[in-house]
Ligand binder design. Structure first.
Ligand code: SF4
Length: 129
């Protein structure tokens, strides 16, 4: 292994399953995913922290977490990258109460096979019925 590489978790995108919908782009707080030629890509390894918040929103199951040799996650690179992104981010909303992620934390969930977002207040009712 090269000295500047580490073995760690990182997002893996299955090309055959990706339909290029772009749903995984905005949930990535690090801006690590972009759509290139109709397919999602981790643009730079050091931007992906491997937390996997993008996994739940993918409608095709194209996203997984793998453990492999990669560049280490780099907080400074993320700060520079995110600050240079155009401010086109659209806040997600809870599918139950319509609360914006600006006002309450949202989590990705699948409901009847559809990927969506639920806020922390509505989540218990979703779990317990
Ligand atoms: S959400 Fe899934 S199918 Fe859509 S672009 Fe991302 S990886 Fe591809």
């Amino acid at each position: 292994m090269r000295a500047d590489r580490v073995t760690r978790q990182i997002v893996h995108i299955e090309d055959e399953l990706c339909n290029g919908c772009g749903a995984c782009v905005s949930p990535c707080a690090e801006g690590a995913i972009e759509i290139v030629d109709g397919k999602a890509r981790v643009s730079r390894e050091e931007l992906c922290d491997g937390a996997g918040f993008c996994l739940g929103v993918c409608p095709t199951g194209a996203l997984t977490i793998e453990t492999r040799e990669a560049a280490p996650f780099d907080h400074h690179a993320v700060e520079e990258h995110v600050s240079a992104l155009p401010s086109t981010y659209i806040a997600q909303r809870c599918f139950q109460c319509d609360t914006s992620e600006d006002d309450r934390a949202l989590l990705p969930v699948k409901v009847h096979g559809t990927s969506t977002w639920v806020c922390t207040r509505c989540l218990p009712a979703l779990i317990h019925g």
